[in-house]
Design a protein around this ligand. Structure first.
Ligand SMILES: Cc1cc2nc3c(=O)[nH]c(=O)nc-3n(C[C@H](O)[C@H](O)[C@H](O)COP(=O)(O)O)c2cc1C
Length: 325
């Protein structure tokens, strides 16, 4: 059965289906896809799905909100590329903490070519955990990525060689703390290394060719015992506070950066242990010395094409929405 959601405002049924399917292609921690959508007569509500929180890895749902923010930016971009303005209200309810945003497709607009480029990148973006080529990312590209972050009210800083060296040490220690926790390992085992017929979680083919420990990637251009060679491009996306709205904004900034990077031929992967482990995150803040709350660490570079990581079906992520079969 092909699911068809009814039209919303000026978006017809086909367009609603298409923008929702685009939003579902956003990245999420362990590919949990922790989002739900409710289509009302006038807009699309984005809800966090509390059943998909990772209680050990992400006890306060910070990464869950970031992932939903990435889905929100994708939804907005798909609506804009369809020729409508996505009027967006963040965290609109005092009583429903899971309702993260409402997007109302309003007046028709000619799509901006920059937005169309971002929209075209949506199905091509992948998390690439493999080593990258030793080709340097131009400063002009980094400036464009920084601008993309700022457009979504977040901040980006690039780690210099010394900060990358200290981050490598911090990542190793944070991973050790995680990997000696049986509850963490059990949760990781539930969501990663899965067979190819899964609709969520990380299939084993997505991590093939990746080092077991992501801290090694920070050393990839230098070789294990040398200090020569270019420093990999590692950036931090951060926010001024660590509240729900700022996390949601940082998630939107993350996806704007990832889609901009994809459009520029770049690949990206995440270095999350130093942010997931509370003590390591405090140390990371000191290491960066810029006062913002680190939300995401990304490694960016040029890599080889990768297969797609699967998603749930549209009906799995719809909350009591009118559907025509
Ligand atoms: C907030 C956030 C944190 C993530 N952290 C990691 C990580 O530490 N290690 C990793 O390999 N992937 C990480 N990922 C990537 C997800 O595993 C990936 O998005 C998911 O498996 C879907 O695959 P795709 O990005 O290729 O579509 C993270 C994603 C998000 C949104």
């Amino acid at each position: 059965m092909t699911i068809q959601v009814t039209g919303i405002g000026r978006l017809n049924s086909e367009q609603v289906n298409s923008v929702l399917r685009s939003a579902m292609l956003a990245p999420s921690t362990h590919n949990t896809q922790p989002w739900l959508f409710r289509c009302t007569g006038t807009g699309i509500e984005l809800h966090a799905d509390p059943r998909r929180i990772l209680p050990v890895t992400d006890p306060d749902g910070r990464e869950l909100v970031l992932s939903c923010g990435a889905a929100l930016f994708t939804l907005r971009t798909a609506i804009r590329a369809s020729g409508f303005h996505p009027a967006t209200t963040l965290v609109p309810s005092r009583t429903d903490p899971d309702l993260l945003a409402v997007v109302r497709p309003l007046a028709e607009r000619t799509p901006d070519p920059k937005i169309s480029r971002l929209a075209r990148a949506i199905p091509h973006r992948r998390t690439n955990r493999r080593p990258f080529l030793s080709r340097v990312v131009p400063d002009a590209t980094l400036a464009v990525l920084r601008h993309a972050t700022e457009l979504e009210h977040s901040w980006m800083s690039r780690l210099d060689a010394e900060q990358c060296r200290r981050l490598q040490d911090l990542t190793e220690r944070a991973r050790r703390a995680q990997f000696t926790d049986p509850a963490f390992l059990a949760e990781l085992g539930r969501w990663t290394g899965l067979g190819a017929n899964t609709r969520d979680g990380v299939p084993s083919y997505a991590t093939e060719g990746a080092p077991a420990d992501e801290s090694w990637l920070l050393d990839e251009f230098r070789g294990p015992h040398s200090n020569t060679g270019p420093t990999p491009l590692v950036v931090m996306i951060g926010s001024l506070t660590d509240d729900r709205i700022d996390r949601l904004q940082a998630g939107q900034a993350l996806q704007r950066v990832l889609l901009t990077a994809t459009g520029a031929g770049l690949d990206a992967s995440f270095i999350s242990p130093p942010i997931m482990v509370r003590e390591a995150r405090a140390e990371l803040r000191r290491l960066l010395g810029c006062g913002v709350w680190p939300q995401v660490l990304l490694r960016l570079g040029y890599g080889a094409p990768l297969p797609w990581t699967p998603r749930r079906s549209l009906e799995d992520v719809l909350l009591d929405t009118l559907i025509t079969a």
